[in-house]
Design a protein around this ligand. Structure first.
Ligand code: NDP
Length: 334
């Protein structure tokens, strides 16, 4: 992490790839911890919020340290260990894996062991079977109060979180309206089973919601004007699931002008962050979702780039909406 961005994070300026650091795998001191080889790293929108001054507190995640590697969700293979509970050959999934080819980790804090379904690649375990999939599954269960034949509206429908939410809503028998920022993404949303799919850049959102609504459940990934449009077209007793506000991450938050609908329509608004839901749902998630992904009952789409040197470009791609699936960097084979 080389510099705090003012707007969009610029590869080569905000982040740099540094190949000068070397370690000797067989002798690097473990100090009671263990050595992992990084297999895959997740690139997620929240990483932009971590690119801030160390004194700014306006986020749930700690700022990245200037001059140190970025960190994100990732999967690693244990190569050596001085911890009797962590044996070489095991795979670990963590929320804060350093963006390095190899890392010495002190303990299992914020890590879990994973066993891979033979029909899924590791990349899926940071996407549909990882943090974004958990966000969708856990918050849908906890907050949607979904009832058959209700109508749900999902923004960023082709993304890692949104694509899972669409499928969960369809499995619960809802009518699903979803949008994304390109025709190609709209096609994917249709393949996921959405009843109404549109490109919010070329189609007026309010016209669609007026025709297809009112909305009983709004899954908000975007914030800003999309949130206001949803408030305008919400049904009485609607549930709003506030998952993210990516429209503001690079340009700053814009206050909603329609908040009065929360009381006039008796809307329930729940904001959430995935790590607070994990203690309740993690076991159930791993028992349910990887199996459905492996059998094809749930679909996923990824955009995998290879090598740590692609991290900066991948971060910018998701901020610009150019990613065509869950953004993942594959660092090494097993
Ligand atoms: P995606 O895979 O959906 O990638 C980000 C997408 O956001 C882009 O592809 C783009 O899609 C869309 N986007 C980017 N800029 C804008 C903009 N200005 N206005 C509208 N859409 C924009 O990411 P995720 O599925 O990983 O994340 C989706 C949301 O969920 C984010 O807000 C993220 O912060 C949030 N999140 C929240 C979690 C929680 O615990 N609360 C956990 C994980 C994610 P398009 O082409 O459709 O515009």
């Amino acid at each position: 992490f080389a510099a705090i961005p003012e707007g969009f994070p610029i590869p080569g300026k905000t982040t740099v790839y540094d190949s000068s650091q070397k370690i000797v795998l067989g002798t690097v001191p473990l100090n009671g911890g263990f050595l992992i080889k990084t297999l895959v790293l997740s690139i997620d929108p929240y990483m932009r919020a971590r690119m801030r001054m160390s004194t700014e507190k306006d986020s749930y995640s700690a700022p990245f340290v200037l001059g140190a590697p970025l960190k994100s969700h990732g999967v690693g293979l244990v190569l050596r260990s001085e911890n009797p509970d962590v044996t070489p050959g095991k795979y670990v999934y963590g929320v804060s894996i350093p963006h390095q080819e190899y890392s010495v980790l002190p303990n299992m804090e914020e890590l879990i062991f994973l066993e891979k379904d033979p029909n899924l690649p590791w990349t899926v375990y940071v996407g549909a079977a990882g943090m974004p999939g958990k966000t969708a599954y856990m918050a849908w269960k906890e907050y949607s109060q979904a009832k058959k034949d209700e109508t749900a509206f999902i923004t960023t429908g082709a993304g890692a979180v949104g694509s899972m939410v669409i499928q969960l809503a369809k499995r619960d028998g809802l009518k699903v309206i979803a949008c994304a920022g390109s025709e190609e993404k709209v096609k994917f949303i249709q393949e996921l089973g959405a009843d109404v799919a549109f490109n919010y850049k070329t189609t007026d959102m309010r016209t669609v919601l007026a025709r297809e609504g009112p909305i009983n459940i709004f899954w908000d990934n975007v914030g800003g004007d999309a949130l206001d449009a949803a408030l305008e077209h919400a049904a009485v007793y609607a549930r709003f699931l506030e998952c993210g506000m990516i429209s503001a991450y690079n340009t700053g938050y814009r206050g909603s002008k329609k908040l009065h609908y929360i009381f006039t329509k008796s809307i329930t608004v729940n904001g959430f962050v995935v790590f607070r839901m994990k203690p309740k749902y993690d076991t159930e998630f791993y028992e349910t979702i990887p199996r459905l992904l492996a059998s094809g009952e749930l679909k996923y789409r990824e955009e995998v780039s290879r090598g740590l040197e692609t991290v900066g470009h991948t971060i910018l791609r998701i901020m610009e909406g150019k990613n065509t699936g869950k953004a993942v960097v594959a660092v090494a084979e097993e």
